[in-house]
Design a binder for this molecule. Structure first.
Ligand code: HEC
Length: 145
């Protein structure tokens, strides 16, 4: 490598560092799942939806049965870690319940997502889950930091 390239390389490297740092700080402006992205009241509404619509297949403890997957614990994190709440909500809204997908009001789908988050020990917060899918897409499902 010629020494004359060094300043250019430094400039590129410096730019990459700035891009990284900016990326991280703009991430912090988005809601973080461990800082509370739903309310206790919303999860309680979601429990009613779950009991009426999901419990027959996914079980009272959300552990699933021989035909339906569990929605809590390691199984949940195995499938969903690194993905977004938007993807999770989208999956439920477009495919559940399997016998009549998309049948519930949008708010019921959001509330049931809040309930599943609560059952996975994600903390409650002071604001309900945002109803905008774009905002939900900005919230990643990650393990406890
Ligand atoms: C008639 C049975 C049945 C009902 C009712 C039902 N599900 Fe499911 N669910 C399934 C089956 C079977 C699968 C696995 C196939 C799949 O992923 O599409 C599944 C998959 C899922 C998944 C994806 C599992 C994962 O971690 O990838 C979620 C989340 C889910 N259901 C949530 C719900 C919610 C919330 C409700 C109530 C609104 C509901 N389901 C109602 C049978 C059911």
């Amino acid at each position: 490598m010629k020494t004359s390239n060094l300043p250019t390389l430094r400039a590129i490297f410096g730019f990459a560092v700035i891009a990284l740092v900016t990326g991280v700080s703009s991430g912090q402006e988005n809601a973080v799942i461990w800082e509370g992205v739903y309310t206790a009241e919303q999860a309680a509404r979601g429990e009613t939806v779950y009991t009426e619509t999901c419990i027959a297949c996914h079980g009272q403890d959300l552990g699933g049965n021989s035909n339906s997957p569990g929605l809590v614990g390691m199984g949940f994190m195995f499938l969903w870690e690194g993905r977004t709440l938007g993807a999770f909500y989208g999956k439920i809204r477009s495919e559940m319940p399997t016998d009549r997908p998309g049948h519930l009001p949008a708010q019921d789908y959001l509330d049931v997502v809040a309930y599943i988050l609560q059952k996975n020990a994600f903390p409650e917060g002071s604001e309900e889950l945002p109803s905008s899918v774009e905002t939900l897409d900005s919230i990643s499902i990650v393990s406890k930091p």
